[in-house]
Design a protein around this ligand. Sequence first.
Ligand SMILES: NC(=O)c1ccc[n+]([C@@H]2O[C@H](COP(=O)([O-])OP(=O)(O)OC[C@H]3O[C@@H](n4cnc5c(N)ncnc54)[C@H](OP(=O)(O)O)[C@@H]3O)[C@@H](O)[C@H]2O)c1
Length: 253
Amino acid sequence: MIYEDLKDKKVLVTGSSSGIGQATAILFARQGCYVGVHYFRTKKGAQKTLKQVKEHSNGTVCGGDLRDEKQAREVVEKFAEAAGGIDILVNNAGTMVDRQSFESATLEYHEDVYATNVRSVFLVTRAALPYLKKSKGAIVNIGSVAGHTGGANGSGMYSGAKAAVATETISMAREFAKYGIRVNSVFPGFIETRFHETYSTPERCKEVAKKTPLGRNGTGEDIANAVLFLAGEAAGFITGEYIAVNGGLYMRA
Ligand SMILES: NC(=O)c1ccc[n+]([C@@H]2O[C@H](COP(=O)([O-])OP(=O)(O)OC[C@H]3O[C@@H](n4cnc5c(N)ncnc54)[C@H](OP(=O)(O)O)[C@@H]3O)[C@@H](O)[C@H]2O)c1
């Protein structure tokens, strides 16, 4: 699908060195966008994404730990300077960090999960806001089905953090509407990326695919398609909303 209105938009996709972010960056590039490819530890992954972005349009790579206020601001500023502004921000960077139960988790783990998944969204959004106000842009936050279900064993704190992202999406949508900025989120289900290579066994991946009504696990492209829809004019009257992309794994009434 090609969205003509997205052509030449300046799009920052956090966590685009891998998985969902990588697929999203490439799909925006296919629309003719200038794409900010962001990484934390996987510079090679970001370079690979940029190479694919450049097959369609143009972009730049910016690295930084988004838990850190200074680095988050630098990532945003570096991208905005290279691109000449920001039209679309995709807050995708995040991870489970580890699987730990409430009974035995350390305080450090708890703090890290929230810093990685919630603080990062706040820091990047706040830094990008002056640019988004100018462009009357759009924000898409990546939540998770776990924010609804509480997640599988050992992902309770991650689920709580993603529920915070979901709720803050609504709060941001209300606060930023006066600037003409729309804020929405996508809640991925079970998506086969490095995330599950790290936190799930191959057996669990197969089990989940089997119990998913559409009979498979998701891909990064499945999520990217929903992100693009929410970012563009096709969703021009949608704000504070979410799209669950999970093959029917979790359905709301
Ligand atoms: N896969 C799923 O089933 C699933 C389901 C629901 C929600 N999600 C969410 O979707 C998003 C993307 O996940 P994915 O599946 O694509 O996983 P992934 O392939 O592991 O990618 C995670 C991305 O987040 C970045 N990142 C992690 N910690 C960071 C930090 N402190 N600062 C900046 N960047 C950081 C990583 O950067 P580096 O690699 O460069 O370090 C990487 O680019 C995450 O928010 C995840 O929670 C995934």
